[in-house]
Design a protein around this ligand. Sequence first.
Ligand SMILES: *Cc1c(COP(=O)(O)O)cnc(C)c1O
Length: 300
Amino acid sequence: MFLSNQLNINTPSPEHSLKAAWLEKKALTLTLKRDDLIHPVISGNKWRKLIYALKDAKQNQVQHIISFGGGFSNHLHALGYSCHQLNIKFTAIVRGDYSLNLSPMLNDLLNWQTDVKYVSRITYKKRGDPTYLQQLKEEYPKSLIIPEGGSQLQALKGVAEIITELQQNYDYIVAPVASGGTLAGLIASAAAITPKTQVIGVGVLKGKGYLEELVSSFLPSGVVCNNWQINHDYHFGGYGKTTPELNTFCNDFLSHHNIPVEPVYSGKLCFAVKDLIHNDYFPKSSKILALHTGGLQGAR
Ligand SMILES: *Cc1c(COP(=O)(O)O)cnc(C)c1O
């Protein structure tokens, strides 16, 4: 595919079978789909969510893209880099003023000629508000606005490719959830292709009820998907929050498996999977796939 070549995207991503005593003891198999290896900058699931938006943008000769995120956002990072490579102007609307204290992510954006706009938390809250979006449209008439996290209907098509790439069927697919687009894509695609697979989200923020509604809002209406649920036991206090236990887990995971994970997404995911296995959540001889969504830049 032209766009993937242009950006040096490595798909399909590998399925890596984990070896550990705690797995053998339970007679389970755990495979990690390494979407973190798709690209060194364009973080795994962000590529999946952006590919079709970027393709359309190229096709329709869009010259300017606008999107939203926090000061460490993997989404802004992936999109900023992609726009730079594709010669599309990019405006990043960032929550909070980091101008005197740039994060590594914002530093990269500035190096990629992103137009960074800092807004107050109050303005940022309006990021989904139709009146505010209309104002932005008027300010930047020929631009394409992509929502926070890249989560929009189009994103589901890109995420669905995670399922079509799989080399084998799994009983469970487990993935982190924040803005919901990734889980929704996995649910819809699994329901269509491998309906026996259960999709389990691990909430990385305090979002009982809220995350379920968010994910449901992306699912095709009229189709009842009962192949999924979200676990809320592993947010470690909220989005971006961590504990010494989680940090130790991430370091140990790297040294045992030689696979980097960070405490915001993939660390919480892997911690959750291991703990659920320990607590016999999965029936004997289950085949489990955990999705490594990337995001390692955020840990800098
Ligand atoms: C954004 C992100 C997620 C969350 O995906 P959503 O589609 O927003 O739920 C998970 N992992 C990583 C590494 C991310 O950057």
